[in-house]
Design a protein around this ligand. Sequence first.
Ligand code: SER
Length: 887
Amino acid sequence: MSTADYKTMTTAEIREDFLKFFESKGCKLCPSSSLVPDDPSLLLANAGMNQFKEYYQGSKTMKEIGACSCQKCLRTNDIDNIGDARHLSFFEMLGNFSFGGYTKADAIAWAYEFITSPEHLGLPKDRLYMTVFENDEEAIELWHAQGVDYDHISRLGEEDNFWAAGPTGPCGPCSEIYFDQGEEFGCGSPDCAPGCDCDRYLEFWNLVFTQYDRQEDGSMPELPHRNIDTGMGLERIAAIMQHKGTNYDGDLLQSLIGVGEKLSGHEYGTDAAKDRSLRILADHSRAVTFMIGDGILPGNEGRGYILRRLLRRAVYHARLMNIQSPFLSTYVDEVTRLMGDNYPALVEQNALIQGIVRAEEERFGATLDAGESMLETECAKLAEGAVLPGEVAFKLHDTYGFPIDLTREICEAAGHEVDMEGFDACMTEQKERARAAANRDAWSNFNDVWTGLSDKLAATEFCGYDADAADGCRVVAIVAREAEADEAHAGDEVSVVLDQTPFYAEMGGQCGDTGYLTDGGSLKVRVSDTKGKNGLYAHVATVEEGTLRVGDVVTAAVDHGRRELIRRNHTATHLLDAALKQVLGEHVSQAGSFVGPDRLRFDFTHFEAMTADELARVEGLVNAEIFAAEPIVTRVMGLDEAKASGAVALFGEKYGETVRVVSTGDSDAPFSRELCGGTHARNTADLGLFKIVSESSVGSNARRIEAVTSMGAIEHLDEQLELLAGVAHELKCRPADAAERVASLNHELRDTRKKLEAVTTGAGSDKVAEAFRSAVQLDGYKAVVARLDGLSGKDMRSAWDGIRDAAEGEPVACVIASATPDGKVALLAGATDAAVASGFKAGDIVKNIASLVGGRGGGRPNMAQAGGSDVSGIDAALDAARKELGL
Ligand code: SER
C-alpha cells in the first residue's frame, strides 16, 4: 500500500482524539457499558448504541446534544470465521450518538471533518467513498455538500445499509464510509466498488440514522425523534491509520500476536495455518479476559457458553502450536497491560480473571487429553476420507465434554467429515429424553386432580408474611388418595386447599410450613408439609380428630417456633449472598438454595474453593450485619423500580409485574437488597449468630455453603466444643492445650517413623535381608549369626522382627551384634518357638558371649539382649556364638 499520502496514528491516539473531538462538539463522554447488557433482548453488548436504547425510545433524556463513547463489543455470530484476517470477536467501537439533539447534517459534516482534517485522521479525500441507503437523497446531498464527488457516493440495499441491533428495537437506514486500499487489493472485476467482497474498499465507519422502533410483530413505528448512531471499529481504523491491510496488523493485536510468537517460537507471517492459530489466540484470549472482567463465568448456556467456547478454542489452538499450559495467564497480563488504563475492570478483576482461566484451562486440558486419544482411535478405524459417525461425535460431546466444533476441526485435519445430521439427531433425542424425564417428575405428584382443581379454583392467597396464624380460612378442596373428596375423617391422610393461608408452600428454596388446622371445636388437622401446585397451596395433612369438610372455615396456625427459625435462615441467605459478593466479587450469583428450620444451603457461582480467610471474612460481615440490628424492610413495587433500586434479581428467573423487595434497613445503599417472595426475620438481630458449617464444590464453577443461625448456630458451636473436649480427654490435657499436645505428639511420631524407616527400609533392612541370606540350616531351624553395625539396642528388636518375617513362618534363630551409633555394642539372640524346641537357647548364648564385648546380659530361651562397651570384641563374640551352635 502507498504510505506516503497520510499520517500514522496509534490505537490509543485515535481513541483519545475521537472522543475529544466529539466532546468538543458538545457530546457527553460516556464510559463503555459492560459487555453484559442491561437489556434482556441482547446476550452481549454488540454496538455503542446499546447503552442508549432508552434515550432512543424517549423514556430517558440527556441535557447534552448527544453522547460519544468507546464501547467494548462482542460479536460471535460466526465463531468459526474468527481467525481469518478480518473477523474479531471482541472489538472496540468508537461512536457518537444523538437523540433528537444534533442532526443528520451535523453527523455527516463532523464525520467528514474528523476523517479528513489534518488535525485529526487526515485521510486523503480521493480515497474515501460513501454509500447510502437506496433512495436516501438527503444523505447524498449532505455528503456532496461536504465536497464529496457524486461518483464517490453510491446506493446500497437493506442488507448493507439498514442497521438494527437485534430483532427488535431502534433501527434505521445508514450510510457507510469506505477507504480505498488501492487497486492491488482488489478483485479486478470491472464491477468492483464499495460493498464488493474483496479487500479493496474497506468499510470503517457506519452512520445510522435511527428513526424506527421495530416491534416483535415486525411493524416499525417512528421513534419520538430523529436520532444518530455512528460506529467506527477501532481495530479497523487503527489498521488503516497504520498503513496496514487487516485488523490483526494494528499495534494492539500485533502485541497479542507477539505473545503467541514468544510462547510458540513461531514467527507470524511464515505459515498460514499457524498464523491463523496465532490470530485465534490473540482474539479469543482478549475476549475471554474482557468477558470475565465483566462478571461472565464459563458455563453451558448463553454468555457462559460463548465464553467457554472461546476459551476452549484458544486452548485447543495453543496445543496445535505446541504452547505449554498454562499459557492463558500470559495473554491476560498482556491484555491488561495494553488496555487496563481504559478498562479498569481488567485491573480490578485481575485475580478473578486469572483464577478462572487457570481453572478452565486445566479442566479442558484434561478433557482434551481424553477426548483426543479417543478421537484418534476412532479416526484410525475410518477408511481414508470416510465420515465420522454422528454417534461417535455425540459420545465425545456427551461423555467427555469434547466440543463438537473441535471434533470437526480435528477430523477435518485428518481428512474426515463429521456426520452432523447424525450428531444433531442424537442431541435432539437426548433433549427429548431429558424433557420426558422432567415431565414425569413434575407430573408424578401433580396429577389430573390438581390440574382440574387449578382450573376451577382461584389461586390460594398467602397471608403469612407478618402473621403465623389466620382465622376464617375456608376449605375449598380436599384431595384424598389422588381424588377429590367432600370430607375427611380422623386418621385420613389428605391434601387440603384453603382460599387463604399463612402456610408458606415450598418455593424459591424455602421449605414448606407445618402446623395445625382447627375450628375451635373438635377438629384437629396436623399439617406436615405445604406444597405449591399451579397456584394452589396443598396442605399435606392428617386428620387427627373430628371431620374436615369442604366449605368449613378453619383457623390455620403455622408451627411458630419452626417458622421463626426458617425466617432467620432465609434472611441469612440474603446476608450471605451480599457478603460473598463483597468478599469474592460481583460474579457471585445465587445458583440454588435451601432454607430449612435447622440450616440453610446456598449454592453460588465461583471458580475455586474459598480460603479459610475468605470464609472468616464472609462470616464476619454477616455477623456484623446481625449485630447492627437492622430492621428487615419489605416493599412491594414495580419490577423496573426494583431493578433500578439495585435489588439483586436471579438471572433467568421470571418475575411478575410487581415484586417484593427485601432490604436490610431503609437506606439507599443497604447491605442487602433482593427480590424475594419468602418469609423473613423482622430484624437482622433475630438471627443471633451466623456460622458456616461447610464449603464445598457442586460442579464446575459452583460452590455450596451450608450454614446455621440462632439455635442452630449455638448447637453447632456446642457440638464443636464437645468434640474438642473429647479430644482433650483422649490427650489427657486441657482443651486449651490440645493443639500444642497434638503438635508435640506429631513431632514424636515423625521422629519414631524416621527411625523405624531407617531400620525397615534403609540400610538396616538391607543388612537384615543379607544376614538372612547367610542363614545356615541346622537341625530343625535356620540360624543367622551376623554383624549389623549401625543399629542401636532398640533397633536390634526390629532387626530380629525382620529376620523372622524373612523366614516366612519357618523356624529360625539369630545371634546378631552391632557397633551402635554411640560407640557401644548391642547383642541380641532370638528364636522362634520351634527353634527353641529344637534346642536353641537365646539366654544362654548371650550370657556366654557378652563378656567378650565387655558386657553382661541374658534372658529367656527365645529372646535375650545385652549391651557392651568393647567394639573390638564383636567378631570374637560372634565366633564364640557360632562355635556354640556348631557352625
Ligand atoms: N450501531 C451501528 C453499528 O454497530 C453504528 O454504531 O454499526
